[in-house]
Unconditional design. Structure first.
Length: 111
């Protein structure tokens, strides 16, 4: 069997992270990747090289807030939480995703 492609469409990572923070509350990066992997029935894997730049952008845009804290294993990590601006952006991202998937679905059925 060939290598599985775990690439996530550009823009989808923000949607997944914002939704995870909405659903689960404050989380550190590894917890976010684990949550997305588990919530997707292990179909999606978010790599650190994609996650942390995305989190940094979302923090700069005011969608998430980051604070240092201690993990369950006693390690220092940045914990991310959803801001009010991030909650509003989640609505926008979700609507955009629904339009995209609807359009792709229609295009695939078009004869």
């Amino acid at each position: 069997m060939g290598k599985r492609n775990n690439d996530i469409l550009q823009g989808t990572l923000s949607l997944l992270v914002l939704r995870a923070l909405e659903a689960r509350g404050t989380m550190h990066g590894y917890a976010l990747t684990s949550h997305i992997h588990k919530a997707s029935a292990e179909l999606l894997r978010v790599e650190e090289g994609s996650l942390y730049p995305a989190l940094h952008r979302m923090e700069q845009d005011g969608w998430v807030r980051a604070e240092w804290g201690e993990t369950e294993k006693g390690r220092q990590a940045r914990f991310y939480s959803l801001t009010d601006k991030g909650s509003k952006q989640l609505v926008i991202e979700r609507e955009s995703w629904e339009r995209l998937t609807k359009g792709v679905s229609r295009a695939l059925r078009y004869a």
